[in-house]
Design a protein around this ligand. Structure first.
Ligand code: TXA
Ligand code: MG
Length: 331
């Protein structure tokens, strides 16, 4: 048996026993537990230090019976599933009766996602097989302490939970999470009441791609009344410890703090402690963003200045994460 198969079996066993398993997805690493086991779900919140009223996404295998989780799959939701699953898209749907409120943050909706990362898929398939027809969902927020930068490598997960040993948290590794930022979240829970799908969190799958599949516009958060709670929608989130500031291109030259780090996407030599030239292409930038913030954070610079990326649809998800990281220091 290869080492990775052995690891996979151990991870599956751990989920069956109600334990915590961190696993790679194409977006970021998740901190997973059996979504049907209330004690296991409670352990996720405890480990993350996450408020109990924040819902978690349920991850399922590609051939899962979605009606074990959602009360219905409205036609637009099915079209998005056909187009983008497995992949970095989470759908918010009306929850099925048996779905515990601990998963949904007390709401009547559930977030479902089918990840495309091969290791995540193998884990979900093995877990589903072990569950033998019972609902087999893995509840998994990003594997970081509440409010911190999400992990895109197994090492990041280790760094986030230094006090948990291998028995308390099993880490399944699977290289870098390539997309690098969390899934696009689309609320389709009220489409049958005539409410258009709402993007609750921008991600790798863009609004124009969703609209192309649906054939009509989608709403952005804030354009819809009584949008559900999304912890990723807190203004300050995804923040490093080092103060982070966004600066316009024409302000770069005015940075005189020689203990600071600066991230630019155009080459403009500055007299600072560290200068990082980030990709000028949005998807590559997203792929490297969190690892870059973690590396800079470890070096104890006085501040991290980030050149504002272009303000257009291609950069929407990156701008969203940068704005939230900066908002933590916006006093
Ligand atoms: O890419 C991702 O989505 C990663 C990987 C691990 O799959 N997961 C992730 O989980 O980012 P988390 O918990 O860090 O962020 C999930 C977001 C939260 O903001 C949560 O509030 C929202 O999804 N969410 C989950 N269920 C929801 C629901 N029923 N209604 C509204 N928002 C929901
Ligand atoms: Mg998160």
């Amino acid at each position: 048996m290869s080492n990775s198969q052995d690891q996979l079996q151990k991870a599956t066993q751990r989920l069956m026993e109600g334990g915590l398993v961190a696993f790679p997805t194409e977006t970021v690493y998740g901190l997973g537990a059996d979504a049907s086991n209330l004690d296991a779900v409670a352990a996720i919140f405890q480990a993350k230090g996450r408020p109990l009223d924040h819902p978690v996404i349920v991850h399922v295998a590609p051939d899962a019976n979605l009606l074990q989780w959602a009360a219905c799959i409205p036609d637009p939701a099915q079209r998005l599933i056909d187009a983008f699953w497995p992949g970095p898209l989470t759908l918010i749907l009306p929850k099925a009766k048996n779905v515990p409120y601990a998963i949904t943050g007390g709401q009547e909706t559930v977030g479902l996602r089918c990840p495309s990362h091969p290791v995540a898929q193998r884990l979900l398939a093995a877990f589903q097989e072990q569950k033998a027809g019972a609902p087999a969902g893995v509840a998994a927020p990003s594997a970081n302490r509440f409010g911190q930068v999400s992990p895109t490598k197994a090492q990041h997960v280790l760094d986030e939970f230094p006090s948990l040993d291998e028995k308390q948290l099993f880490i399944l590794s699977g290289g870098n999470a390539d997309v690098g930022i969390e899934s696009t979240i689309v609320d389709v829970s009220r489409v049958e009441e005539g409410v258009a799908p709402v993007i609750l969190r921008p991600g790798h799958i863009r609004a124009d791609q969703l609209e192309q599949v649906l054939g009509h516009p989608v709403l952005a958060q804030g354009q819809s009344v009584s949008a559900p709670r999304v912890s990723g929608s807190l203004k300050a989130h995804y923040a490093p410890r080092t103060p982070l500031f966004l600066v316009d291109s024409d302000q770069l030259a005015a940075i005189t703090d020689q203990k600071a780090a600066v991230v630019t996407w155009v080459d403009a030599p500055l007299e600072v402690a560290k200068q990082v030239l980030a990709p000028d292409q949005a998807e590559k930038y997203a792929s490297q963003l969190y690892a870059m913030l973690r590396e800079l954070d470890d070096q104890n610079y006085s501040a991290i200045y980030v050149q504002k990326p272009p303000c257009n649809e291609a950069w929407a998800a990156v701008n969203d994460r940068l704005n939230r990281a900066a908002a933590a220091f916006d006093v």
